[in-house]
Design a protein. Structure first.
Length: 198
């Protein structure tokens, strides 16, 4: 409850958020926070762990109906993953910009060698990627026989296209693929079908 209330405040204020603000947002007394957390830094670390964790987005992927056509399933998955990655970037970016995430602090985003990154350590990133891939594989599995590649390879390609799409384009660059365009390229390639303008 504390972390859920704190996340939007952390995204807005970074490390400058106060425990008083968090308590008000959670509808609890400020002292209640310190029954669950040692200090504000521990609350902020819990917010990072929640933001970079995949549990929430995996639950969203699991709610996508397998009765929908594959392109609809994957478009819904793309939207859920986009929202997850944006939330993660906003929270981690706000805390990094406000000085909470820095080398040597030992937060949840620091690797064994003390190197800071904008997210979980390498092993945790790899595990998160595999969890997301497996969630997407479940959405593709009903159409396994219609795919030229295994659902695992299709899911990996899907995530690769999606993650590339989320990078901020350079000024003057073409807009990134929409979710529908991304799915169309993934499922049908980029060549027009003979005798068609699509």
């Amino acid at each position: 409850m504390v972390v859920a209330a704190a996340l939007p405040l952390v995204a807005e204020y970074g490390a400058a958020v106060t425990t008083s603000q968090i308590a008000r947002a959670a509808g609890i007394g400020e002292a209640t926070i310190f029954r669950a957390f040692k200090d504000k830094d521990e609350v902020l670390d819990a917010c990072v762990a929640e933001a970079v964790g995949t549990d929430h987005v995996l639950r969203e992927l699991a709610t996508i109906s397998l009765d929908e056509p594959l392109d609809v399933r994957l478009t819904e998955a793309a939207e859920a993953l986009r929202a997850h990655l944006e939330r993660m970037g906003t929270v981690v970016g706000a805390l990094h910009a406000s000085g909470h995430l820095r080398p040597g602090r030992g937060g949840p985003d620091e690797g064994r060698d003390g190197q800071h990154g904008a997210g979980p350590p390498h092993d945790a990133r790899a595990q998160s990627f595999l969890a997301l891939r497996d969630g997407v594989v479940e959405l593709i599995e009903p159409d396994r026989d219609a795919c030229r590649l295994s659902p695992e390879k299709v899911a990996t390609a899907f995530l690769g296209l999606l993650f590339t799409r989320l990078h901020t384009p350079a000024p003057g660059a073409e807009a990134p693929l929409s979710p529908e365009e991304l799915i169309a390229v993934l499922l049908h390639g980029s060549l027009k079908h003979p005798g068609s303008d699509r």
